[in-house]
Design a protein around this ligand. Structure first.
Ligand SMILES: [Zn+2]
Length: 363
């Protein structure tokens, strides 16, 4: 009778939530109604949950990657876009359209990318004992690393991972959104500690002599010497018009070299790992600010063309303001000198925009 009179609770301590995650989620997945779950928890824990708390606990399990949902692909749209943009004399460059219709999550593109990369890791693992993964900066890559970390952590059938940073961290970036931050999700796998090659360099230097000087630093040389080992590169991109893009944020906040004006004169549309491009191709400034990255755009194109190496490019809206990157994505699709991707992952809205812009006559 005492249990019947328990006071309903509408919030939980972290310890209570930890304890209730498993029984609540297990019953939820088993098809029990919220009322049944509340009764079961009250009987076992003498705690009467408010109905909303049941759903909150399930959402928490998803956020903590304890309950994993993999968004599906729209195979028809993926094929159409691959036919439009993926033709190459070297290999097929694949477009993957995540079917995020009616989804409430903004993580679908990076989550699906993690599953695609996991399949590639497995495939490479059939012939090699270790797979080298290069990660760039960005919020999408953070979500990708969280998901991949949860998928690989305790799987003994996977090969060892070896991580490489494509870009250094710097002050306008949330430290969690840098390769060093991502390392925490992938540092421990079934095989033990994951080796990590950091790029411990100044993030942006003056083009020319300063850049050459920076490359001579032994610790930077070490990172560059290892880049040929990288099998899989994962990156996102930024629009030049988005104030949250790291290159834009750096130039707006710190740069006094006039690089922003020079880039705008040259038709800057977007950047990948702080490497700017326009419709005509990569924009390389002979003076002004230059980002230090393991690969330049020309090299990324080479990696993407390689039979045994892959570049996964994620292009979802900005995580901070939701602005679309579709306009900035177009040169990466239309200009072969910018085909830095062998796998492009986008949501439904971007897919439709691309079809409307590029193939308006398509049935
Ligand atoms: Zn933004």
């Amino acid at each position: 009778m005492a249990k019947q009179r328990s006071k309903t609770v509408y919030s939980l301590t972290p310890q209570q939530e930890e304890e209730l995650l498993f029984p609540v989620v297990e019953r939820f997945l088993d098809g029990q109604k919220a009322g049944e779950i509340i009764d079961a928890i009250q009987a076992a824990f003498s705690l009467k949950l408010g109905r909303e708390l049941v759903y909150k606990i399930v959402r928490s399990a998803v956020r903590k990657k304890l309950l994993h949902l993999c968004p599906p692909l729209d195979k028809g749209l993926s094929l159409r876009l691959t036919e439009c943009f993926g033709k190459s004399e070297h290999k097929v460059h694949s477009v993957h359209v995540v079917n995020d219709r009616a989804s409430t999550s903004k993580d679908n593109v990076p989550v699906r990318t993690a599953h695609l990369v996991l399949a590639k890791i497995r495939k490479i693992g059939q012939r090699r004992s270790a797979v080298h993964l290069g990660l760039g900066i960005g919020h999408s890559t953070l979500l990708f690393a969280q998901t991949l970390g949860a998928l690989v952590r305790s799987d003994p059938t996977l090969p060892k991972l070896h991580l490489h940073a494509l870009s250094p961290a710097f002050s306008t970036i949330d430290p969690l959104e840098t390769p060093i931050g991502f390392y925490s999700y992938l540092a421990e796998t079934y095989h033990g500690r994951t080796p990590f090659e950091g790029l411990f360099a100044e993030p942006l230097v003056s083009a020319g002599e300063d850049y050459e000087h920076m490359l001579r630093h032994r610790i930077v040389q070490r990172a560059f010497e290892c880049k040929g080992d990288i099998d899989i590169i994962v990156s996102s991109m930024a629009s030049s018009e988005d104030e949250h893009g790291y290159l834009r944020a750096y130039l707006d906040g710190y740069d006094t070299s006039g690089s922003l004006e020079r880039l705008e004169e040259r038709g800057w549309r977007g950047d990948v790992q702080l490497l700017p491009y326009g419709d005509g191709g990569a924009i390389e400034l002979s003076e002004g600010t230059k980002a230090v990255t393991l690969f330049d755009l020309r090299e990324l194109v080479q990696v993407a063309r390689h039979a045994d190496r892959e570049v996964y490019l994620m292009s979802g809206p900005c995580s901070k303001c939701d602005v679309s990157k579709d306009e900035a994505l177009l040169p990466l699709l239309q200009n072969p000198s910018l085909r830095i991707w062998s796998h492009l992952i986008v949501g439904l809205e971007t897919a439709q925009t691309l079809l409307d812009k590029i193939a308006p006559a398509s049935p």
